[in-house]
Design a protein around this ligand. Sequence first.
Ligand code: A2P
Length: 279
Amino acid sequence: MTSSLSLAPTLSLAPGVDIPLLGLGTWPMNDEEAAAAVAEALRLGYRHVDTAENYGNERGVGEGLRRSGVAREAVFITTKFNRQWHSVDGARQACEASLARLGVAYIDLLLVHWPNPDQDRFVEAFQGLVKLHEAGLVRAIGTSNFKPAHLERLFELGLLPQLNQIQLDPYHRRDDLLAIHRRKGIVTGAWRPLGCGNAMLADPVIAGIAEAHGRTSAQVVLRWIVQQGIVATPKSANPERLAQNLDIFSFSLSEAEMAALDTLDRPDPTMLDADSFGH
Ligand code: A2P
C-alpha cells in the first residue's frame, strides 16, 4: 500500500482562501468510481477535488469525502454548473443542488462551467455567483473555459473571477489567456493537464526530461504546470498514478527544461471551442 505524501502547496485565491496547486480531477468517473478515487486520494494526501454538475458524480465525491474520514474543512472542493442555470436565481438553484448532492454546507470554488455565448447569459450567471459569495455559500467564484472576449464582458462591469479553469498542457499553452489572467490577478486552473492519457505523454522531449529526473512523463508535465503557479487537476482512478501525480513537489525543472517544454505548443483543430461548445 502506498503511504501518504506531503500535502501540495497552496495558492491564495483571496484572503483566507487557499487552493492546493494539485487536485484530483474526476471526469469521467461515475459516483462509485469517484467515491473510491476521492477516498483513496484523500488518504494519500490530496486536499483538493474538482467535480461538476455535468460530470454526474457529485454524490460520489461527497461519499468519498465522508468515507475518507478527512474533515470537510481540510478539503478544497470545486464544482461547476451548466447552461440552464445562467441567471442570478439559476446560479442559486444550481448551488443549492450541488450542496445537496455533495452533502456539504458550502462549496470552496463554484465556476460557470462554459460561457455558452449563444444564450448570452454568462454575465448574469456570474452575477449570481457574486451573490452566493456574499451569502457565504461559496468561498470563491470563477469561470471555466472563458475566452478573452468572455472575460472582457465581465471586466467591463467590474466583475472579476478569482480563477479561470481552462484546457492547458504543454501542447496547449494558452498564452493569450495567461497574459490576461496575470494582468488581472486571476488564478489559472488547468483541466485535462495530462492530455487525457493521449500521445503527449510519449513526446520525446517530455520523456527525455522525465528520464533525466528518474520521473514519469506525467510528473514532468504536472511539474511544468505547477511550477508556473498554475493549478492542475489530473484525473486518475489508479492508486499508483494518484500517488505519482501528487508526488511532484520534491523535484523541480531547470529553466532550460521549462523552456524546452514551452516549445511544444501547437495548433489543435480538434480542441473544444467555447464559442460553439458548451453545456
Ligand atoms: P487512469 O485513471 O487509468 O490513471 P487528464 O487528467 O489529463 O484528463 O488525464 C486523465 C487520463 O490520464 C486518464 O486516462 C488517466 O488514466 C491517465 N493518467 C492519470 N495519471 C497518469 C499518469 N501518472 N501516467 C499515465 N497516465 C495517467
